[in-house]
Design a protein around this ligand. Structure first.
Ligand code: NAP
Length: 246
């Protein structure tokens, strides 16, 4: 499905990013695993991919810093010569009620989720424009569409990702580059593990499929958008949320 393609996945050491990287490698892509802190997890993932006969390298970069985001793209292209797919997955949440939210809590989420995605897209697009081919998939969130209590910063960042996805799709389409977003609902990872049980139970009650999703189920949607089956799809937001928002 992705044989011979090269892909960068940001935040690939854990959670959804790890599942995407593993699935891409299984489908035959050469993968660049970006991480910021999760060195041991990324080393374990590298080994897993290599043991299965796949190709992968790891590159450390804090994507909220433009020079590091740029270096991630440059080093990836140096290793694999092309860059076919970029998945902007890295993200954080720093939840608080609006009236209590500090400027630092607001900025830190915007800096990673929105500006980090912008930096990676900007530098990857420069490579993809020359190639006249590329697929960019940005991980947004259902919270960027519907909002959520205690997540004004996160919702703003993820709604921003959707606006940026659509703008980039319009700018880059004439050179054969597609740009789409995936908006997961509640997915079982470290990010949602931290939630109190009462919030988890209340959330499940709002999901028609009656359960949280898995990282692999998000990866499935990302793999589809990265594949040739999605060549005529750009500027779209694919919700992977068990029907939570419709
Ligand atoms: P997670 O388990 O908390 O993992 C977050 C990942 O982001 C880690 O790999 C982390 O890398 C990376 N990251 C954070 N800041 C970074 C930075 N400045 N530079 C590079 N990497 C950075 O989260 P997850 O649940 O897998 O979430 C992945 C994406 O899906 C996020 O964008 C999140 O907003 C989105 N999402 C998640 C859910 C959900 O329910 N879980 C729902 C909707 C959307 P290190 O460990 O190396 O720091």
């Amino acid at each position: 499905m992705l044989r011979g393609k090269t892909a960068i996945i940001t935040g690939a050491g854990r959670g959804i990013g790890r599942a995407i990287a593993l699935q891409f490698a299984t489908y035959g892509a050469k993968v660049v695993l970006n991480y910021r802190n999760s060195l041991s997890q990324v080393e374990e993932l590298l080994q897993t991919i290599k043991n299965a006969g796949g190709e992968a390298i790891a590159i450390k970069a804090d994507i909220s810093k433009e020079d590091e985001a740029k270096n991630l793209i440059v080093e990836a292209v140096k290793e694999f010569k092309t860059l076919d797919i970029l998945v902007n997955n890295a993200g954080i949440n720093r939840d608080n009620l609006l009236i209590r939210m500090s400027e630092e809590e607001f900025n830190s989420v915007i800096d990673i989720n929105l500006k980090g995605t912008f930096f990676c897209m900007k530098h990857a697009a420069q490579v993809m424009l020359k190639q006249r081919f590329g697929k960019i998939i940005n991980i947004s969130s259902i919270v960027g569409i519907a909002g959520n209590m205690g997540q004004a910063n996160y919702a703003a960042s993820k709604a921003g990702v959707i606006g940026m996805t659509k703008s980039a799709a319009r700018e880059l389409s004439s050179r054969g580059i597609t740009v789409n977003a995936v908006a997961p609902g509640f997915i079982e990872t470290d990010m949602t593990d931290a939630l109190p049980d009462r919030i988890k139970e209340a959330s499940i009650a709002t999901i028609p499929l009656g359960r949280f999703g898995s990282a692999e189920e998000v990866a499935g949607a990302v793999s589809f958008l990265a594949s040739e089956s999605a060549n005529y799809i750009t500027g779209q937001v694919l919700q992977v949320d068990g029907g939570m928002v419709m």
